[in-house]
Ligand binder design. Structure first.
Ligand code: SAH
Ligand code: SF4
Ligand code: F3S
Length: 492
């Protein structure tokens, strides 16, 4: 079984940020339009975690005033940006194979007298910087996750000087302060569920992980700025906000009245916004699951009863080697407290198999933890050595075949739990936020409070973007099906 199953850390793979095509002919790169009005086309391909999905949307927002409208394929575009992920080796390799394909397309366009600019953003850009441009000369610019607000100025400079640019310095200015507010038109096109980054970076330095190196140290946005962005999203029709951060529950942003606010306090403020019906957050670390956040789950109905809390391993020995700074017992304690606060809570997690030194007994401890907790969903990966991280040079690397066998056993166990959880929803009435159209035009798809995809047939179009009660008639491996209970709008 492959280790690239869809995960919160890669749910966008190989997602694309799309928007309606303006259907105008692309201008050659060297021509700067006089009025900057929708004359250029941009294609952004997103790899990696939700933070990258958010960043890709914000890149589109930054480029919109420059006359760029989004298109769905690189063929239609005169600027292509790959927003990349460095978390595992395969994720980084995919970027280079995509760049190879883009090089061919760029050459073809050139023979037709058209120009195409290629930019690389995200965590591979941050990790490799100028090296990336050397390895793939077709790349015109490389921009780190903290610098994309500077793209319009960079591109102007490139046009003026003809030079290619690498911008991966951690800037003094705060990118969030310079990003445009969410625009109604663009937000509407993106549907009723939105991401909102509240925290970035990580100071924890788990021994397997590149994030502290690619995203830098922990930073939390001030509460007031987050509330402004959430209100703008709600004004544009958003009903559900997922707060994002590499360590979202370590959030400690500046509070409105001074001092700092915890994530629990931030959620309480957001819950006051009329029209915002659902709040989620991802990704949390067990060490930062504080009382205020657990309490928030007991008292704030808008906070969804679903938590993605990566544990990585069930063995204390391996948890210590990973520098996770908690034990398996502590993880069980947290879950017991959460389930006490809200008994219908559904859990999700990430697991790494084959971390250096992981013995059969360590792996059995991980399976035992899974058996005890019972997950509604889980994401699992073979350990992938990442250059520059401490575990990569550990001399007890686990053999590839052992990793593959462990991954398969673990995935069989969690798949069974996921199916059982989905089947257990049959007969229940769940509030569903309809955020996607189904394959056939009479079908709508939405999300249950537990993040399950729920399909209904013969759905009126007016339901899109609303929350309605659904009687669940069947639970499958990856989705539920149901029938509308009543057409009244329910609050989740
Ligand atoms: N901040 C989150 C995880 C972010 S990375 C946390 O602390 O849990 C997302 C997931 O990718 C991790 O939970 C881990 O399971 C996986 N991952 C990270 N580095 C990895 C590596 N080197 N090899 C395999 N999986 C890895
Ligand atoms: Fe990576 Fe650990 Fe930080 Fe998560 S907490 S982003 S796994 S270093
Ligand atoms: Fe990947 Fe960077 Fe996210 S490495 S998982 S895109 S923080």
């Amino acid at each position: 079984m492959s280790d690239t199953i869809v995960s919160p850390a890669q749910s966008a793979e190989p997602g694309e940020a799309k928007a309606p095509d303006s259907a105008r002919r692309a201008l050659p790169l060297s021509v700067k339009p006089a009025d900057k009005a929708n004359s250029r086309k941009i294609f952004i391909k997103t790899y990696g975690c939700q933070m990258n999905v958010y960043d890709s949307l914000r890149m589109a927002d930054v480029m919109a005033p420059e006359g760029y409208s989004e298109v769905g394929t690189p063929e239609e575009a005169d600027m292509v940006i790959l927003n990349t992920c460095h978390i595992r080796e395969k994720a980084a390799e995919k970027v280079y194979s995509e760049l190879g394909r883009l090089r061919v397309l760029k050459d073809e366009k050139k023979t037709r007298g058209e120009d195409m600019m290629i930019g690389v953003a995200g965590c591979v850009a941050q990790a490799e910087g100028a090296e990336m441009r050397r390895r793939e000369p077709t790349v015109d610019f490389v921009v780190g996750p903290q610098n994309y607000h500077r793209m319009p100025a960079m591109i102007d400079k490139m046009r003026e000087t003809g030079q290619r640019i690498v911008d991966t310095e951690f800037p003094i200015e705060d990118k969030f302060e310079t990003l445009p507010a969410p625009q109604k038109r663009l937000t509407l096109a993106r549907g009723p569920a939105a991401f909102l980054t509240v925290q970035e970076g990580c100071d924890k330095f788990c021994t397997f992980c590149v994030v502290p190196y690619t995203r830098g140290g922990e930073y939390s946005r001030p509460v007031a700025r987050i509330l402004d962005e959430a209100r703008a999203l709600v004004d544009a029709g958003v009903r559900e906000v997922t707060l994002l951060g590499q360590n979202v529950n370590a959030y400690h942003g500046e509070a409105a009245g001074g001092g700092s606010a915890t994530l629990g306090a931030l959620v309480a403020e957001l819950a006051q916004i009329n029209g915002l019906d659902r709040i989620r957050y991802i990704t949390s670390h067990p060490r930062d699951m504080d009382d205020e956040l657990i309490e928030a789950h007991a008292h704030i109905a808008k906070l969804m009863p679903y938590l993605h809390l990566p544990v990585q391993s069930g063995s204390d020995r391996i948890l210590e080697a990973m520098n996770r700074q908690h034990t398996a017992e502590r993880y069980h304690e947290i879950i017991a407290r959460i389930r006490k606060a809200r008994p219908d809570f559904a859990m999700s997690s990430d697991f790494i198999v084959g971390f250096p030194g992981e013995s059969d007994a360590d792996f059995e401890d991980t399976l035992a933890l899974i058996e005890t907790v019972g997950f509604a969903q889980a994401y699992s990966f073979k350990y992938s050595p990442r250059p520059g991280t401490p575990a990569a040079t550990h001399d007890e690397q686990v053999h590839e075949a052992v990793k593959a066998e462990r991954l398969q056993r673990l995935q069989t166990l969690v798949s069974g739990q996921q199916l059982a959880f989905n089947q257990s929803c049959t007969g229940r009435v769940l509030p569903v936020l309809f955020d996607r159209r189904g394959r056939d035009r009479h079908q709508l798809v939405g999300r249950s409070p537990y993040l399950q995809s729920v399909h209904i047939n013969e759905a009126p179009d007016s339901l899109f973007g609303t929350i309605a009660n659904v009687h669940i008639e069947g639970g499958f491996q990856n989705s539920l099906k149901g029938r509308l209970v009543a057409d009244e709008i329910a609050t989740a």
